[in-house]
Design a protein around this ligand. Sequence first.
Ligand code: NIG
Ligand code: FE
Length: 415
Amino acid sequence: MPRVDVVVYNIGELVTFAGGPLGRVSLDRVYVLRDAGVAIRDGVFVAVGRSGDVRFRFDGFMVDAGGFMASPGLVDPHTHLVFAGSREDEFELKLSGVSYSEILARGGGIYRTVRATRASSLEELLSRALRVLSLMLDHGTTVVEVKSGYALDLEGEVRMLEVARRLGEVSPALVIPTLLAHVPPLEYKGRVSDYARWFAETLVPEVSRRGLAVYVDVFCDRGAFDAAESRLILEAGLKHGLRARMHADQLSYIGCSRLAGELELDSLDHLERMPGENARVLAERGVTATLLPTSIMAMMDPARPPVARLREAGATIAIGSDYNPNNMTPLQQTAMDIAPYILQLTPLEALAAATINAAKSLNIHDRVGAVKEGYRADLVVWDMENYKWIGYTWGYNKTLVVVAGGRIVKKKDLR
Ligand code: NIG
Ligand code: FE
């Protein structure tokens, strides 16, 4: 009998997403298998099929899924996992009616985290991030994008990206590092475009030369970078071999999402204030809309991305946790479960958004985000009868088994 590492069998319902990323989510493209099993060798799926076939065809460590539902591991395409400190007093301020932008303009918010992060060593940043990453894994996140952006200077941004690299080395999760132009340092007040130029001409080439990032990202918004400065930074990234994504239209609309029509972007994130008519450009250019439901809650702001227009246009919708000191839940599982409430996604759309579509936003959907032969073996068995329980049940950890890159990182006793 062929030898494999792991076999998971007796999966009541397996949502594979083997048909690829979903624009309009319809059941006929979703590839749901009943009574399914998978075999895993060297970190990838080598067989996906009927439970009995897989179970008796291969020899390996056997995991009984107990008839529960399973899906690809969750892909979290937007996190600020590396930082120091916390901002719980700002949580109270926001509740008393002070806006996120006001807090930032007063030198708090991101600036406060910058002060704490600059004062931290690589080891301190790493041990905190590792603790959070293990929480993420336990809740089903097997792939995580990790941004820099809380140091703003060369030494500190490089340190943050070094932390991201170490995370990927020591954890079974796949880590995708992103160089983020977050805000201009306070020292550059009145000279934001000088900082944008320094970022584009010095920091981007250095990070690219050291192979520290896959993506370049910019916080394009009032109080951060305008569309012209963002373009300069993103173009520099593209020129130096990075791929590009962007925080856009979160606090205000200053034309950021329009850049989707002009630059080679994989993802536009946030979009709470994107005009509905821009949805078509995203669909046409294959730019994923990465929406961040827990972040919307943390902003305490009624604005919502134009989900119906994105759906109508056939754009790919992903979701992410946007874990950061303003939004302290690191769980993509929670983002997925509240997406029906905050964004009116269906349970199936929410699952696609948190797996295969999130992989598309990171341009890894040819090998990650689906349960398919040859794909990275990321799998979650859920304490759910079927995918319609997504959102229907929420607020507790529903993972029973988590496999990341072929390694079993969690296995509850299912008896
Ligand atoms: O994605 N909007 C900008 N950046 C983060 C928040 C970062 C922070 O407040 O520390 C976000 O929501
Ligand atoms: Fe963010």
